[in-house]
Design a protein around this ligand. Structure first.
Ligand code: AMP
Ligand code: GLY
Length: 422
């Protein structure tokens, strides 16, 4: 099997690493990839959003499977373009990817499918939005309706903060056209869990759960990021909750998407709040989480390629996956300044020493290799230091021992990953 992975972050490194262990694999490319991915795949200089370029490459190489990491190419129709060109693609159609692209669409699907979620209302008029906020009271959540690079959500503790969010999103358009409408939601309280299911349009196969750390600082402080670390499985997510989420969230959503004529194939990522009255859906994403994927791939014992093919071919109902019961964890190392402005091009040393720590796997995110072999930072989130061990504490000790082996003064990480599990 010849496989092309699309993307160039830590998630795609973990996917390439897992795929490279498949007995069915003969050739692996990644577009555009990064310095770490280049150790397990051939990187090709095609951007992840260059749909015609990707389809032309996959056609020329007679690729058997295209695996799409990020959401942007999916919302741009990469899966549709592949299918039209006779290529097999793992990832939803643009129509099904609206589950991530539009918050209103997600809420409508959730309501139609009876999925438990926060009460909500949508507004295109800022005056009406403010009036609604005043009748509901704080805390309350204000979201830009469109894609806003994960930054369009304000969890407002006070009415003033909520009204300021309306001004920013709708009037000042700080997220551009994504702010033409807002969704205003009831504020849910509890622990957040990221839940993943492989879907073939009809059947779903659970991939399990992880907990992300979205704030930049220890103790969950500071601004939101793409994710500063993750671990799997989260103790809060009991087997009973797992079954409840499959029954109340994942399967009804698949059925509703199929009923609408836009069946969902790919990874359905449910962002959940585990509230006092049960799990509630916060949002859907249509892809693996980053860095959750890195933690999950360390625990996967089965052949990832076989599973992705089964999802593409509508054969998940008869499929099973084996998982390492031991916990895994990933610590993200980011460039100083992230999620604000940061420098690129700083040199990272000691990666081999880090990778030699028992149980550790080093995943690259924003890195490039210099002609002389040196590895340079090339993004905000730069590395994911992942580990598995018998206990969460042991996995965490191993990951931080590897972090401490890395010589990169221009980078930082959180020191408390998996604190909820300890
Ligand atoms: P989203 O972009 O929808 O993932 O939201 C970003 C973050 O905002 C989530 O990870 C939650 O921490 C928080 N959030 C979103 N919606 C709600 C809600 N209804 N209640 C409480 N927190 C929320
Ligand atoms: N780590 C959260 C996400 O990938 O959206």
């Amino acid at each position: 099997m010849k496989v092309l992975v699309v993307g160039g972050g830590g998630r795609e490194h973990a996917l390439c690493w897992a795929l490279s262990g498949s007995s069915m694999l003969t050739r692996l490319w990644c577009a555009p990839g990064n310095a770490g991915i280049a150790e397990v795949a051939d990187c090709v200089a095609i951007g992840a959003e260059d749909i015609p370029g990707l389809v032309a490459f996959a056609t020329e190489k007679a690729v058997d499977l295209v695996v799409v990491g990020p959401e942007a190419p999916l919302t741009l129709g990469l899966a549709d373009a592949c299918v039209a060109a006779g290529l097999r693609c793992f990832g939803p159609s643009a129509a099904a990817a609206r589950l991530e692209g539009s918050k209103t669409f997600t809420k409508q699907v959730a309501d139609a499918a009876g999925v438990p979620t926060a009460a909500w209302a949508r507004f295109t008029d800022p005056v009406a939005a403010r009036a609604h906020i005043r009748t509901q009271g704080a805390p309350i959540v204000v979201k830009a309706d469109g894609l806003a690079a994960g930054k369009g959500v304000v969890v407002a503790a006070t009415l003033e903060q909520a009204e300021a969010a309306i001004a920013d999103i709708m009037e000042d358009r700080v997220h551009g056209a994504a702010g033409a409408a807002v969704v205003i939601e009831e504020c849910l309280v509890g622990q957040e869990v990221s839940f993943f299911a492989l879907c073939d349009g009809d059947a779903a196969l659970a991939l399990g759960a992880a907990q992300d750390h979205k704030r930049v600082g220890d103790g969950d402080t500071g601004p939101n990021t793409g994710g500063m670390g993750a671990y799997s499985p989260p103790p809060v997510f009991t087997p009973a909750l797992h079954d409840q989420v499959m029954t109340e969230v994942i399967r009804p959503t698949l059925a509703e998407m199929a009923r609408r004529g836009t069946p969902f194939r790919g990874v359905l990522f449910a962002g959940l709040m585990i509230t006092a009255t049960g799990p509630k859906l916060i949002e859907f994403n249509v892809r693996f989480g980053d860095p959750e994927c890195q933690a999950l791939m360390l625990r996967l014992r089965s052949d990832l390629l076989a599973a992705l093919l089964a999802a593409c071919d509508g054969e998940l109902a008869d499929f099973d996956l084996r998982w390492d019961p031991r916990p895994s964890l990933v610590v993200v190392m980011a460039a100083n300044g992230y999620p604000g402005a940061y420098a690129k091009g700083t040199e990272i040393r000691g990666l081999d020493r880090a990778a030699a720590v028992p149980g550790v796997q080093v995943f690259h995110a924003g890195t490039v290799r210099r002609a002389d072999g040196g590895v340079l930072a090339n993004g905000g989130r730069v590395l994911g230091i992942a580990a598995t061990a018998a206990t969460v504490q042991a996995a965490r000790d191993a990951a931080y021992a590897a972090v401490d082996a890395i010589d990169w003064p221009e980078g930082f990480c959180r020191r408390d990953i998996a604190h909820l599990a300890l």
